[in-house]
Design a protein around this ligand. Structure first.
Ligand code: ZN
Length: 421
């Protein structure tokens, strides 16, 4: 076969990015990775990172899709992510691609996407030149039996669980964010109802129902009628190690009292429609600090890998939003366009899926009647609990919710250049 020659050939991918200016200089800050190379054939794969100094790295395995994950203290990757885009080469290779980046403050991760079952044969960092700090991290994989890989996945899950149980609560943390509060009363509706009061009452009911399941830890971003700015709400959720963030609001539309029903919003750089853009602008306006919608990105999404992780989180927010709409449909009246997206500041955390629920329109008499009724509140909250249960049943506990489980990047194929930022 003509392919035999290629089969035997050792495919080598090399990239050394900016080796001088970001350099091996200085011990301050995390070690810098300046180059990554993958060489592989059907019998082995060797992935090498050149580092400004040694790191301790440990390998574990994750299934479906099958990956080898290498965790280490924070590393500043000055390497073009495109080096890891190998593409599928069935029968020719063990590795489909690899990704790397910041997993959490102080922690970095390399994710190796496997083309078939492979187990680590070596994970070691050694000085490039004896006596010098610069080191080479070598990750060597060998083909292994699918059952051996499955065993590795199981043992990895055990060690990951024991590690995280010390640091994080065992139950998924759901952060409920009643909009507005204090001097910011939000929308004002028919009969003088105030958004801040209604949404707080709703969140309190939702918390009560979620607590009753004993399956979740619930954190509220405000526990009474106080002003909390949007960044702080996100910061509260991050600190709580949130698995899911639900912001609750109610809208008003003075021009058209007939508009009504619940809407679920997810975050997007571009609004799904003019109405979504209007609502995001209004909700964001509660936050008086300058900088607007892009702030979080600038502060925290410095790395393209964070951007990719954020895309993955957004995918899960969409899945949750879809399910939430389906469940709310049974319990209450939905807006004519119940699933929308726009640039909500409060939904921008890249670590966990976030949605914003506009319960209804305070400019619509029927909605006001619903939203102020304890029966409606209990029913709508129960519908949300149903979807929350379904979501976590499908995607598991926080450790296996993809925002934290699969590491830095959803897919090497998506590792487009930093054009988004
Ligand atoms: Zn609001």
């Amino acid at each position: 076969m003509a392919r035999m020659g290629r089969l035997a050939a050792f495919a080598v991918f090399t990239l050394i990015a900016a080796p001088l200016q970001c350099g091996f200089a200085g011990e301050a800050g995390p070690p810098v990775a300046v180059g990554a190379r993958l060489s592989q054939d059907e019998n082995a794969a060797k992935l090498v990172f050149d580092l400004s100094r040694q790191v301790d790295a440990t390998a574990s395995a994750l299934a479906s899709p099958d990956r080898i994950v290498v965790d280490m203290p924070e590393v500043n990757f000055q390497v073009d992510p495109s080096v890891g885009r190998i593409g599928a080469r069935p029968n020719l290779s063990l590795v489909r691609g690899f990704r790397f980046g910041l997993l959490a403050p102080g922690k970095s991760r390399i994710v190796i996407d496997l083309a078939r079952a492979a187990c680590p044969a070596q994970v070691a960092a050694r000085p490039i030149v004896e006596g010098e700090p610069a080191a080479r991290l070598t990750i060597e994989l060998k083909p292994c039996d699918p059952s051996a890989f499955a065993a590795l996945v199981r043992s990895s899950a055990v060690s990951t669980a024991s590690e995280s149980s010390a640091a994080a609560p065992a139950q998924p943390v759901i952060v409920l964010d009643p909009g507005h509060g204090g001097v910011d009363s939000g929308a004002r509706g028919l009969g003088g109802v105030q958004e801040k009061t209604l949404v707080f009452g709703f969140c309190a009911e939702l918390k009560r129902e979620l607590d009753a399941t004993k399956r979740y830890a619930i954190v509220m971003t405000r526990d009474g009628d106080q002003y909390v700015d949007l960044d702080e709400r996100v910061a509260i959720a991050r600190k709580a190690n949130a698995s899911l963030f639900i912001s609750v609001h109610a809208d008003t539309l003075s021009e058209d009292a007939s508009v009504s029903g619940s809407t679920v919003y997810t975050v997007a750089d571009r609004a799904s429609d003019a109405e979504a853009a209007r609502i995001a602008a209004r909700e964001n306006a509660a936050d008086r600090s300058p900088g607007g919608v892009g702030r979080l990105d600038n502060l925290d999404v410095a790395d393209i890998l964070f951007d990719l992780k954020r895309r993955e989180t957004r995918t899960y927010a969409h899945i949750f939003s879809r399910g939430l709409v389906d469940n709310l449909r049974v319990a209450t009246k939905l807006n004519h366009n119940p699933e929308r997206s726009a640039g909500f500041v409060v939904l921008k955390a890249p670590e966990f899926p976030s949605v914003l629920v506009e319960l209804g329109y305070l400019s619509n008499a029927q909605d006001v009647q619903s939203l102020t009724s304890p029966e409606w509140r209990a029913k709508a909250a129960a519908a949300m609990v149903k979807e929350i249960d379904a979501f976590f049943a499908r995607y598991g506990k926080p450790d296996s919710v993809p925002s934290t489980e699969s590491g830095v990047v959803s897919s090497a194929g998506q590792a487009a250049g930093p054009s988004a930022h």
